[in-house]
Write a protein that binds this ligand. Structure first.
Ligand SMILES: Nc1ncnc2c1ncn2[C@@H]1O[C@H](COP(=O)(O)OP(=O)(O)OP(=O)(O)O)[C@@H](O)[C@H]1O
Length: 770
């Protein structure tokens, strides 16, 4: 790049070679596709991977445009920008007269038929079902779809339409994908390598058909291929290299101009020239402004008044070999060794920025509120249910999974441990006790107490010495060692008789010594509870049978009937609300994120979006279908938890069901969010699994929030399952109604999370384009 006067003169001279053409939005809109100064990069600003670099492209209506270029040169990227699925970093695109994605442009939409590079079909569907889905999306009637299917099956030599796509060969699958793009006879067909895996004869048939439809119905076709010579039948060929068009001309003109035998040779020559940078820029620009040669009928149709030279869009921007997409009015994107030609004010045409803005039709409030089209929803819901039906064993597993989990929970979690071994060193009776005395009988009171302990379903092992009993605990054979004095009965009786006058020795001897293994909190707490309760029962029984007031033998604390909950609370009741909600929440996450990722990774979502389905419609389609499954799952879980396993419930089943279903809905929305934020199933699994444990740990499901660190408590408060778990616990255990703040906060927080996840998903789908 230079700024000296010599260069300006040089550039002025070069400019005199240009064919001066006026650019108008009108002329651009007459083209099927018109791309100007397209600049597209992946990666970051600091480390960009530039794919399109000031590219211009003009596809007149009714022509076949062969887009050629080496693998990885950016053909697919360019096409996805044209169909409105990716955004340029800068530059402009008009497709069928409008800007892709703008209101009223019809792009993306049924005006376009798009065949992506990947198969992008559901393997489980038959050919006819596949066509029905895409036909309905395009707004076709079923009868018309069937008629087209008959024709396309015959024309593309496909197997019977009742054959599932997964049972077809790779080439046949590509042809089904091609048929799906042709089905609704769109104005613009965009085909990304449609002839891969197709035999030469059929390839010829396909090309003949493309020629036919451009002639008969004025369809425009943009086709990419690696088989360069098959594009001889195209009206125009665009050779893409280094982010720019090397040339954009008819095959015959290219062959003639470069005196080549084949288009491959032309491409080779142009590439070598581009690499060496030998040709003079002026001649390049002159060459490329020599027009795309249109079939006369098309040229006449496209420019009835002959106002513009449709052979090339009059835009002062030229596609040229070496990527000289030069716009005298604007500097090209700053990159590498680009030569910038300074504008000559005298010749300057209206800058594109001065052009009138595209008018987007006003939409009414009614239209604004109507988020989903009925034909799209019909197709999506039908497709989702059909997918479930075709994967019925998977679906039965998914439906049955929460039931299995709640059964496992109720059977495995929360019940008191039994069969715990206790090592007994009873100096009163060294071996097992035999028949136990009853009534007001002061014989072998140690045995009488141990008998109460046995009723707690624990196991007593007798040892002949204190050391051996303690040793059993040390070896892990018992959870506690108990020692009774040799005169236990006598001293206990004396202690009871003497009361506050009992001497120190009597008190000491009447104590039962216990050494516990406290390594397991749950077991040691339970054993302590059992030991205290067993003694209490033993002492009360003895007192009653000897007509002594029971107050004497009990601690001076009286636990009256609990206000809420059972006399002996169990962990199942504590954990059940959290477990029910977690099961429903995370299965919904797995279900929705899985479904969305399958759809996205197989390219079906992309294809749907190009045919005009919106992200909101796709979400709603899944919400409807998966809501049905989640509803069933929730009902089954509630039935098994509350009716079969009799988890305590003092509240309204309706509120329990509603909160469970809302939580499932929240899980579905989180699943959508996960699938939108991640790019692969693996990352989605990491995110879903990564969020599972923190949520379970922090939401008060396995441990009360009150026992958490202050900071964690604050985090826990805003997590999706914390308030809802507490709310469900209050409904179940306390029988509280929705009027209580703790209860309605649970519902409220779940609703807020639904809104957050759903809105984020919709925004991500809307704006997460490349
Ligand atoms: N989402 C993406 N993120 C980053 N880089 C990408 C992305 N998609 C494509 N690329 C890169 O952009 C370049 C152009 O890719 P593109 O798929 O457009 O090429 P292509 O010409 O269609 O190739 P082929 O003929 O092999 O299909 C490649 O180098 C590719 O690695």
């Amino acid at each position: 790049m230079g700024t000296g006067g010599a260069q300006v003169i040089d550039l002025a001279e070069r400019r005199s070679h240009f064919v001066s053409q006026q650019s108008t939005v009108w002329s651009r809109r007459q083209q099927a596709v018109c791309v100007r100064r397209a600049y597209k990069r992946y990666g970051t600003t600091k480390n960009p991977n530039v794919i399109l670099d000031g590219l211009n492209m003009t596809v007149p209506k009714g022509c076949i445009y062969g887009l050629l270029g080496a693998s990885g040169c950016g053909k697919t990227t360019l096409l996805s920008c044209i169909v409105g699925r990716r955004r340029l970093n800068s530059g402009e695109i008009w497709v069928l007269g409008g800007k892709p994605g703008s209101r009223g442009s019809g792009v993306p939409g049924p005006r376009i038929g798009y065949m992506p590079q990947e198969i992008a079909l559901y393997g489980e569907f038959t050919i006819r079902e596949t066509m029905q889905y895409f036909g309905w999306v395009a707004g076709m009637e079923t009868k018309a779809i069937n008629e087209r299917v008959e024709f396309l099956v015959k024309f593309l030599q496909l197997p019977p339409a009742s054959r599932p796509v997964k049972n077809l060969s790779g080439g046949q699958q590509r042809r089904v994908s091609f048929a799906a793009a042709l089905l609704h006879e769109p104005e613009l067909l965009i085909l990304d390598e449609p002839t891969v895996g197709v035999d030469p004869l059929l390839r010829q048939n396909i090309w003949d058909h493309l020629v036919q439809i451009t002639k008969d119905s004025g369809t425009t076709v943009i086709i990419t291929t690696h088989y360069i010579d098959e594009t001889r039948q195209a009206h125009t060929i665009g050779l893409l290299r280094g982010g720019r068009m090397l040339a954009e001309e008819s095959p015959s003109a290219l062959l003639e101009k470069y005196q080549a035998e084949s288009l491959e040779e032309v491409f080779l020559k142009l590439s070598i020239l581009q690499n060496k940078g030998k040709r003079r820029r002026s001649s390049i620009l002159h060459d490329v402004t020599q027009a795309i040669v249109l079939p006369p009928s098309i040229a006449a149709q496209a420019d009835p008044v002959g106002e513009t030279n449709l052979a090339f869009d009059n835009s002062n921007e030229m596609s040229g070999e070496f990527g000289d997409n030069v716009n005298p009015t604007l500097p090209p994107p700053k990159l590498g060794r680009r030569v910038s030609i300074a504008p000559n004010p005298a010749e300057q045409s209206p800058a594109p920025d001065d052009l009138p803005p595209d008018e987007e039709p006003e939409i009414t409030l009614c239209e604004r509120l109507k988020l989903c089209k009925s034909n799209h929803m019909k197709a999506l819901v039908w497709k989702n249910f059909l997918w479930m039906w075709r994967n019925v064993s998977v679906m039965l597993f998914i439906i049955g999974l929460p039931v299995g989990q709640i059964i496992l929970f109720c059977l495995a979690i929360g019940k008191d441990p039994t069969g715990l071994h206790l090592a007994v060193f009873n100096q009163e009776k060294m071996d097992s006790c035999g028949p136990i005395a009853t009534g007001c009988n002061f014989e072998l009171l140690s045995c009488r107490f141990l008998n109460h302990l046995l009723s707690k379903q624990q196991v007593l092992d007798y040892f002949p010495s204190e050391a051996e009993a303690i040793g059993a605990v040390q070896k892990g054979h018992a959870w506690a060692a108990l020692e009774f004095a040799h005169n236990y009965t006598d001293v206990l009786k004396e202690r009871m008789d003497a009361g506050r006058y009992a001497d120190e020795w009597t008190v000491e001897e009447s104590n039962i010594n216990i050494w516990m293994d406290q390594s397991n909190q749950q077991i040691s707490l339970l054993l302590k509870r059992d030991l205290v309760n067993a003694f209490q029962e033993f002492a009360t029984e003895l007192a009653v049978s000897c007509n002594i007031t029971t107050q004497v033998v009990s601690t001076p604390i009286r636990f009256l009937n609990p206000i809420y909950g059972p006399v002996i609370p169990n962990f199942t009741d504590f954990a059940a609300p959290g477990v029910i909600l977690t099961i429903i929440f995370f299965l919904a996450v797995a279900l929705t994120s899985g479904a969305m990722l399958i759809e996205r990774n197989e390219g079906i979502m992309e294809r749907g979006l190009v045919s005009g389905i919106t992200g909101i419609e796709i979400l709603m389609g899944h919400v409807i279908c998966q809501f049905a499954i989640m509803l069933f799952q929730s009902i089954m879980v509630i039935v098994f938890a509350l009716i079969v396993f009799e988890v305590t419930n003092h509240g309204s089943v309706a509120w329990v069901a509603l909160l469970t279903i809302l939580t499932g809905l929240c899980g579905m929305c989180f699943g959508f969010f996960v699938s939108c934020i991640t790019d692969s199933e693996r990352n989605a699994t990491y995110l879903a699994m990564g969020s599972f444990l923190p949520i379970v740990m922090l939401c008060g499901i396995i441990w009360p929030v009150e026992g958490m660190h202050t900071i964690v408590k604050a985090i826990s408060f805003v997590l999706p399952l914390t308030l809802s778990t507490e709310s469900l616990r209050c409904i179940l255990a306390r029988g509280w109604e929705i009027t209580k703040p703790t209860v309605y906060f649970g519902f409220f927080s779940t609703l807020v999370w639904i809104v957050i996840f759903l809105t984020s998903s919709i925004l991500l789908i809307k704006f997460k384009k490349g």
